[in-house]
Design a protein around this ligand. Sequence first.
Ligand SMILES: [Zn+2]
Length: 163
Amino acid sequence: MPDWITHLGLGWLILEALHRKEHRLHFLVGCILPDVEKVYVVAGFLASPRLEVLVQAFFEPTHTPLGALLLSVVSTVIFSLGEEENDFSRAVGWIFSGAMLHLALDSFILVETSGGIKLLWPFSSKGFGISLIPLGDWRPAAIVAPACLATALLKRRWNRAGS
Ligand SMILES: [Zn+2]
């Protein structure tokens, strides 16, 4: 499920189901963080195909648990620069949780096209996956987007009824 509507929408639905208010932004950033590797497309577009290949190789580990953890720590450090982040480990934990949800959803993509999730990287580059849907399938977003809309409308109605 490579589209961000599905990644963000499902993340938001999970937060709503858990009634989580704090660290919401951290979790949602984590839901799309592994796709930071997509900067290689920009590199190829703006510079050269050779640079695109280099950047792609550099960012490839973002779709691994260890890479997601490192990204979570680095992004928490970047986001908390200039601020007094007294909840650093929790912020990392929430970003990492979102990133792991991203990897779980990406594992549904057919392994033949995605190569699977490299769970054991850097010890092994073998890809694992549930392998159910083709890359770029629109159906997950077509299910998640209306579910988010229905949840938002129901939440609004309940809030109005409660006040
Ligand atoms: Zn992804």
